[in-house]
Design a protein around this ligand. Structure first.
Ligand code: HEC
Ligand code: HEC
Ligand code: HEC
Length: 410
């Protein structure tokens, strides 16, 4: 073989080997680049969606009330131009206004393209997470803020009882919507309360249910979190909800908020806000304990890792019949991180609590324990430190939940 033959042989070899590799590689590379772009579009659009569209179409595109769902196959396969057009121009005569800046809306071509990509390609369960990861915390918990004008309007309804109803309305908004819904329509955690059945019930009966709770359910007793006057006010509100609604006073879903997720102070602030609306009924102010254990206690904070705290918040209680709800699909991971950092911040000053376990497990402060003999403290029952007693909920690590009747452990 002369040297030209050798060169052309290797040239040929190179062609035979490299061309197919290239031919295979190039399109995948292009597809990858396309995927990246698509993901970037969807990520950017999640913020726009949470800010502007979720109030009507729902945080997971599930549709709210009469507003159609967007998370459906028909829209995923709809023509690009049709989707672009409906978002840009809106639908005349409906609540769906035009969002393009040509129509007086806030978005340009590029942002509308991103929204189209979101509707076609997004995993809807991730929209809240995607937005939260960029600091826009979606209103995952239905805790509405009450407009002073609404309050004034309710007070005006009746000179005698208007201000009581208004107080009840506000208390309902901040304490009960998580489980019973903004319109009292219920969520997967509670029952509907805005019903003719509730309105026709005896006030005394409703007061009793709210004060004492429904044992073994997430409906905990409220008598230690709310005064009798406050509970009376809520019942007054519940029994006149239809009239109040007829005046056009309805709670609206909360707005999303921006949080600087890299700033520990704003994460703490977020954690505190969620805690004080969502956890306080069971774990009390400053984590001092009630139905649920005292979280602000050396016993819990020094023995639980962040991961363990997080797991309980995500998956709920681990004891049979625990009332600790799971929040994994109700809060974004950013919100759960914020809660963990809020609890963790108590650690340096956390007291040693005689009996950190909640009244549900026979612990908790004595004045909250039910006096049925099963949970009151009797001497020698391991009242006190750590796992000495091991009896019916009198101290001891939670995984050693013996369930034995009082006194038997001795
Ligand atoms: C004030 C409430 C409201 C807001 C905010 C809103 N929409 Fe709508 N949207 C509607 C209603 C109502 C319809 C149904 C209109 C009709 O009757 O055809 C609709 C229809 C749509 C449709 C067509 C659905 C179909 O099945 O044909 C799309 C797509 C859509 N909206 C996207 C968006 C996007 C994206 C945003 C945010 C930029 C948004 N919407 C914000 C109320 C709203
Ligand atoms: C952590 C979730 C949760 C919260 C918060 C909550 N509830 Fe409940 N509530 C429930 C559940 C679950 C039930 C159903 C209990 C049962 O199975 O009987 C219920 C039942 C009720 C009932 C009886 C309904 C009926 O049809 O018998 C009333 C009244 C009620 N709740 C009022 C309230 C009020 C008022 C508040 C706020 C102060 C509140 N709830 C907060 C979960 C909750
Ligand atoms: C309806 C009552 C209730 C609500 C609301 C509630 N918890 Fe709990 N929580 C409990 C109970 C009861 C336990 C005890 C665990 C068990 O029963 O398995 C518990 C346990 C815990 C623990 C585990 C403590 C340990 O021993 O490791 C953490 C952490 C916690 N809750 C955090 C929260 C946070 C944060 C919220 C608000 C997002 C919350 N809880 C809301 C009732 C509640």
């Amino acid at each position: 073989m002369n040297k030209y033959n050798i060169i052309s042989f290797f040239g040929f070899l190179a062609l035979v080997i490299i061309l197919p590799i290239y031919a295979w590689y190039e399109p995948t590379q292009r597809a990858d680049a396309q995927d990246d772009l698509q993901n970037q579009y969807v990520t950017d659009a999640s913020v726009i969606y949470v800010e502007s569209c979720a109030v009507c179409h729902g945080i997971e595109g599930e549709g709210i009330g009469a507003t159609p769902a967007l998370n459906n196959a028909a829209l995923q396969t709809a023509a690009y131009e049709d989707l672009f057009k409906v978002i840009a121009r809106g639908r005349y005569g409906t609540a769906m206004t035009g969002w393009h800046d040509d129509e007086g809306g806030p978005y340009n071509d590029y942002q509308i393209q991103q929204l189209v990509a979101l509707i076609r390609y997004a995993d809807w369960t991730q929209i809240g997470e995607l937005a939260a990861a960029q600091g826009l915390i979606p209103p995952t918990l239905p805790i509405p803020s009450v407009d002073p004008e609404m309050v004034a309007q309710i007070i005006e309804m009746s000179p005698e009882t208007g201000s009581e109803w208004a107080a009840g309305f506000q208390l309902y908004a901040s304490n009960c919507t998580v489980c019973h819904g903004i319109q009292g329509e219920s969520t997967d955690l509670g029952l509907p309360l805005n019903t003719a059945d509730i309105q026709s019930r005896d006030a005394e009966e409703l007061i009793r249910i709210i004060s004492e709770g429904v044992s073994g359910t997430a409906m905990v007793p409220w008598h230690n979190a709310l005064t009798p006057e406050e509970i009376g006010a809520i019942v007054g509100f519940l029994q006149h909800w239809d009239e109040i609604e007829a005046e056009g006073v309805v709670l609206t879903p909360p707005e999303p908020v921006w949080v600087d997720i890299d700033d520990p102070a704003s994460m703490l602030e977020l954690g505190k806000r969620i805690y004080s609306t969502t956890c306080v009924a069971c774990h009390a102010e400053e984590g001092s304990g009630g139905t649920g254990p005292a979280l602000n206690s050396q016993q819990i904070l020094t023995t639980r890792s962040d991961e363990q705290l997080r797991d309980t918040i995500v998956s709920g209680g681990w004891r049979p019949n625990s009332t600790m709800p799971s929040f994994g699909d109700r809060l974004t991971s950013v919100e759960i991180d914020a809660l963990v950092s809020y609890l963790r911040a108590w650690e340096p000053t956390a007291p040693f609590v005689e009996n950190p376990r909640g009244t549900q497990q026979g612990g908790g402060p004595p004045w909250l324990r039910t006096d049925d003999g099963a949970t009151t403290t009797t001497p020698g029952q391991g009242q006190g430190r750590g796992n000495q007693g091991g009896g019916q909920g009198q101290g001891g690590p939670p995984w050693r939940d013996s369930g034995s009747p009082p006194g038997q452990s001795n």
